[in-house]
Design a protein around this ligand. Structure first.
Ligand code: GAL
Length: 358
């Protein structure tokens, strides 16, 4: 056992992580039973600790990035990070090799990345024009509470010339206006190269737009700034954890409800234009434990290379007793018709033999 593995074993033993965990088999997606927290290990035998991020295909490999969380309960600040965003690489989606930290927290109290801090749901897209990988996240800063005051709930922006290099942090912004606190967010890149920041805009000041509603904001051509071009998805009020995919000309936006780390039913929306209107399509989950999104919450969806129209939806079974033991659930996105989408729980499966139908 190397030092990192030993450390994670000790941490698990001492603070009671891995209550009902088991090691994942690396030749398939092993989601486990609906109540399991399957531990997914990297090729060095260490726990994959890349939460609420996503998967991007670059340089002939899939890259899985996310936040390195701490082996602590939510009460003890387990949802904060002292490390930042880390990345792993794989050619088959099952064996993941750790590649390092790409957006690093700082020990300097003056740094905007002074850890332990909270930033959430980092997402990366590639800009063909500038040849840069661009990362946006939901930035909550230290100590990690959403406030109306700037700094407590903004969009954080970073970029890098390589997918797995050291990203430069460019600062934070509140798209649309400074009244709207930025909460859960994602990035979406359209077929024409335009890109969008999708976020839960939270207005706590009584007056116009009071409350929480998902918004879609077009980004500048270099993807580093929001433009003033945006759409408020009125039908998606009180929704978060947005995940966007496009298939056959339809935009599908999968979301969760607002119950923090507690599970709730997912809901998806469909539109023919990125700026709506979005139709409420209800819960995409079918089968067991659908009222809790299979005891998980959506994180990201990515296309399978060489399989047009096939997407994998990642959700996470957050473990409030030990955030590093939040487990990853990989599910195929099913399309029972050209205009509808479904998610069905599979304890294990392989992307090479795609489950058919609904
Ligand atoms: C969730 C949200 C997470 C995080 C959490 C904090 O609902 O999706 O990103 O903000 O609440 O309680």
């Amino acid at each position: 056992m190397n030092t990192k593995a030993a450390w994670s074993f000790i941490a698990a033993t001492v603070i009671g992580c891995v209550a009902n965990g088991m090691a994942a088999d690396n030749l398939k997606f092993n989601n486990g039973a609906l109540t399991n927290h399957v531990r997914w290990l990297d090729t060095a035998g260490n726990l994959i600790n890349a939460h609420d991020g996503g998967i991007i295909f670059a340089d002939g490999k899939y890259h899985w990035y996310g936040l390195e969380l701490r082996p602590k309960s939510v009460k003890e600040g387990g949802q904060k990070t002292t490390t930042g965003v880390v990345i792993y690489a794989s050619t088959n989606l099952y064996d993941w090799t750790y590649e390092g930290v790409i957006l690093e927290c700082s020990t300097d109290p003056k740094s905007p990345l002074y850890g332990p801090m909270r930033f959430e749901r980092p997402k990366i897209i590639y800009n063909e024009r500038t040849k840069k990988y661009v990362l946006w996240c939901h930035y909550v800063q230290r100590p990690g509470d959403h406030t109306q005051v700037m700094g407590g709930g903004e969009a954080g922006i970073a970029s890098c010339s390589t997918v797995n290099g050291k990203y430069t942090f460019h600062g934070t912004v509140r798209p649309v206006d400074d009244r709207g606190i930025v909460r859960d967010s994602t990035l979406y890149q359209d077929d024409d190269g335009s890109a969008y920041f999708i976020y839960d805009r939270d207005i706590r000041i009584p007056g116009p737009d009071f409350g929480r509603v998902l918004h879609i904001v077009k980004l500048s051509d270099d993807y580093l700034k929001p433009t003033t071009n945006y759409f408020k998805i009125d039908t998606a009020a009180g929704r978060e954890a947005p995940v966007m995919i496009k298939r056959n000309g339809y935009y599908f936006l999968i979301t969760s409800g607002l119950t923090g780390w507690n599970f709730n039913p997912a809901k998806y929306f469909r539109a023919e234009n990125i700026f709506g209107p979005y139709t409420d399509m209800g819960d995409p989950c079918v089968g067991e434990s659908t009222d809790t999104t299979f005891n998980s919450q959506g994180t990201h969806a990515f296309p399978v290379q060489g399989k047009p129209g096939e997407f994998i939806f990642i959700c996470e079974r957050h473990n409030q007793a030990c955030m590093t033991d939040s487990s990853f659930i990989f599910l195929p996105v099913l399309f029972p018709s050209a205009t509808t989408l479904q998610l069905r729980y599979l304890p294990e499966w392989k992307w090479e033999s795609w489950p058919k139908g609904n």
